[in-house]
Every structure is written in structure tokens, then in C-alpha cells.
Design a protein around this ligand. Structure first.
Ligand SMILES: *[C@@H]1O[C@H](CO)[C@@H](O)[C@H](O)[C@H]1NC(C)=O
Ligand SMILES: *[C@@H]1O[C@H](CO)[C@@H](O)[C@H](O)[C@H]1NC(C)=O
Length: 383
């Protein structure tokens, strides 16, 4: 009977369960799936693409996506669409458009969302004119919400401090450092365009008031047109390990070395990405796409269309070794066309928060840009 257990043991178990997942019990199950956006529908939007997802400190989930007005093309005018859930994904608010870029030839590109856990601010960073398609220069912009995603600030032009180099954040989430070095720092990573290609991170040590460039992993040949098999690190997702290092899971745009993910690690809070810390993860085969990575209670999760040629077969993998090896089992989330994906979870210590991770991804029957889906994953097989 519970009440005769020594109090110390109960406490011990509680503390342990906060820190680490019970790895032997991990058995991910798709618990619930929901359709969030449909392309080609009515209204002012042709295509929804590039979904982002974040937790908030008040326990909401915020889903963002590009709402491409005229076509499915990466260039062109767009809105940023938002839906909120205050019941952990069971129901969602109607779509609101929180940013409208008007009728730009090369409109906004999402983007990276980062939550400052000290201030509660939800910060969204995106770019304008990333592709230099009938426009110049490229700009990096930021909007933020201080009220759980209800209202959003006017866009702030970060290029005034960062310069006008093309920088496409994410797509995915940025991190706030929880472990030394640089506790509290915001780290948002993304990639450049031809004018300076590669993976770059921007850093803020004052809750998003000011930003500067940190680490770079430059492409080869740098600043020059690429050909197949060149080293061209592209869209990326950082996660922080419990040792305070930052692992960035990177799209290998030109299939250098393998049709698989580039993994690179920063040991100094995102100031540098040394080549000694770079590996190619042959288990994570990839058709060159934006993928999801998440570190939760000592377990690393990864989602992508797990196929070396085509964007199909969206798969969830997990690792008990910080990504050095992956468990043999994997969960297929969707066999058919599937594109970009990203994950989030709540950081609290409640049993409910420890049980779930949340995935958002591009899904279709003929083409992956038909719909954006949300999946709630129960990490312990529904138990
Ligand atoms: C942002 O600032 C840069 C640098 O001052 C400027 O060149 C660019 O036009 C600005 N972008 C926008 C959208 O205002
Ligand atoms: C789907 O992914 C799994 C895990 O990587 C792999 O074993 C399987 O061959 C893939 N199937 C297709 C059709 O790509």
C-alpha cells in the first residue's frame, strides 16, 4: 500500500522521473491526428507550407505556417497563419493571419519560433526577400507575443543589427540554453542563400532585445554556385543536450558524402561549429528536406520522410545515446507523400507533460503540400 512507503523513496522516484524518461518503457504511439490546414481550398490562400509548432509557458500549443497567396512556389506573397490550442491539441482556434507581406514578389519565409522561458515571450523570426527574386536586399524580421499568442507585435527589422545577408531561420524552433555555458541565451539557426551559403546561428543574450551572428558552418565552395555532391548544409534544427552542447541536425542539400543528415555540434553556446564535431548520420537517410529533432528527458527524437530519394514515409525515430545510435524500431507516421516536419513538447514535470510529444508535418496523398497535419504522440504506447 502506498502510504506505508518511506517518504524518501517516493521523493526519490519523483525527482528521477522529472529528469529522465524511463527508457525501457518508450514505445511511441500515434495517439491522435488532426488536420490543421488544407491547400487549394477557398479564400485568399493557394498553398499552406512550412509548418512550425511550439509549446507556450501557459500550456498552449501554437501552430504556424506559411499561407502562400498565389501559388505553391517558395517565392511570392504570403501570410503567416496561426492556430492555437489551449487543450494540448484536442481543439484548435480558427486560423488568424498574424503577418501579411502584401504583394511582394519574394515574400516572407518561415521561420523559427523560440520561447523565452524567463519572460514567457513567444518570438517568431522569418525572412523577407530570401531568394532575391525581383528584390534586394534580404531582411530578417522578428515578431513577438507576450500574451500566449493572442496578439503580436509589429515586425522588427533585425537586419539593422545583423546586416542584410540572406538568412532563412529554421524551419523549426530556436532554443533557449538551459545548461551552461550561456544559460538563458536564445539560439536560432538557419541557412543562407548563394550569397553566403551554409548553416548560421544568431544569438541573443538579452531575451531578444539584441541579436548578433554566432556560429557558421560554411558551404564549399563558399559564395559560389553549387553542383551535385558539393558540401551544402541547409535547413536545420538545433537541440540542446544535457551537457550544454548544441546538436544541429542539418539538411544535406547536395547529398555530399551520403543521402543522409549532417550532424554538427557546438560546444560553446552556438559561437562556433567546429568541423571536428561534424558527422554524417547514415541511419538518418534523407531526401534533402527540413526535418524535426527534439531532445526530451534524455531521449532524442527525429522525424523526416525516411527515404533517400523521395519525400514519402514520414517516420519517427528515437535515440538513447543523444543521436549517436538510433533504436531499431521506428514509427511510421505516414507512408505516403510527406515533407517538412517539426516537433515540440511541454517542459513541465507533470506526468501528462512527460507522456507526449507533438509533431506537425506536411502530408498528402499525391503531393506532400496538400495538407498540414498535427499528430500527438504518446511516448509510452498509450499506457
Ligand atoms: C531592414 O533593414 C535593412 C538594413 O537597414 C534595410 O536594407 C532593409 O530594407 C530593411 N528591410 C525592411 C523590410 O524594412
Ligand atoms: C520507411 O522508413 C523505414 C525506416 O527508415 C525504412 O525501413 C523503410 O524502408 C522506409 N520505406 C520506404 C518506402 O521508404
Amino acid at each position: 500500500m502506498d502510504f506505508i512507503r518511506p517518504f524518501g523513496i517516493l521523493l526519490g522516484i519523483a525527482v528521477f522521473s522529472c529528469a529522465l524518461a524511463d527508457k525501457s518503457q518508450i514505445d511511441p504511439l500515434i495517439y491522435e491526428e488532426q488536420l490543421l490546414w488544407v491547400s487549394g481550398g477557398a479564400g485568399q490562400v493557394n498553398t499552406y507550407r512550412i509548418p512550425l509548432l511550439t509549446f507556450t509557458l501557459r500550456g498552449s500549443l501554437l501552430a504556424f505556417t506559411e499561407a502562400r497567396k498565389m501559388s505553391s512556389s517558395d517565392v511570392g506573397a504570403k501570410f503567416i497563419a496561426l492556430r492555437r490550442s489551449t487543450d494540448r491539441g484536442a481543439t484548435w482556434s480558427p486560423t488568424s493571419f498574424i503577418v501579411d507581406d502584401g504583394s511582394l514578389a519574394d515574400g516572407l519565409s518561415l521561420g523559427s519560433v523560440v520561447v523565452d522561458e524567463e519572460t514567457g515571450a513567444v518570438i517568431l523570426i522569418y525572412s523577407l526577400c530570401f531568394h532575391h527574386h525581383y528584390c534586394n536586399p534580404s531582411s530578417t524580421l522578428m515578431v513577438q507575443s507576450l500574451d500566449d499568442g493572442f496578439t503580436w507585435s509589429a515586425p522588427r527589422n533585425l537586419s539593422i543589427e545583423l546586416g542584410v545577408k540572406s538568412f532563412a531561420p529554421g524551419p523549426g524552433f530556436g532554443i533557449q540554453k538551459r545548461y551552461p555555458p550561456n544559460v538563458g541565451r536564445l539560439v536560432v539557426c538557419g541557412h543562407g542563400s548563394i550569397a553566403g551559403d551554409g548553416v548560421f546561428c544568431i544569438l541573443s543574450d538579452d531575451h531578444g532585445k539584441s541579436w548578433r551572428y554566432g556560429a557558421a558552418l560554411k558551404s564549399i565552395p563558399y559564395n559560389q554556385p553549387k553542383q551535385e555532391l558539393d558540401f551544402n548544409p541547409d535547413e536545420c534544427q538545433p537541440v540542446e543536450l544535457e551537457d550544454g552542447s548544441i546538436v544541429i541536425n542539418v539538411r544535406n542539400q547536395n547529398n555530399y558524402h551520403c543521402h543522409c543528415r549532417i550532424i554538427v555540434r557546438s560546444l560553446d553556446g552556438g559561437e562556433s561549429l567546429p568541423v571536428e564535431e561534424l558527422v554524417f548520420d547514415k541511419t538518418l537517410i534523407d531526401p534533402a528536406v527540413a526535418a524535426g529533432a527534439l531532445q526530451k528527458q534524455g531521449v532524442m527524437y527525429f522525424t523526416n520522410p525516411s527515404n533517400s530519394q523521395h519525400r514519402v514515409n514520414l517516420t519517427l525515430r528515437w535515440s538513447f545515446t543523444d543521436g549517436k545510435s538510433w533504436e531499431k524500431e521506428a514509427v511510421q507516421i505516414w507512408a505516403g507523400p510527406s515533407g517538412y516536419s517539426t516537433m515540440t513538447s511541454f517542459k513541465g514535470d507533470s506526468p501528462e507533460d512527460n507522456k507526449y510529444i507533438y509533431v506537425i508535418y506536411e502530408k498528402g496523398h499525391k503531393d506532400y503540400c496538400e495538407t498540414i497535419y498535427f499528430a500527438k504522440i504518446h511516448l509510452y504506447g498509450g499506457k
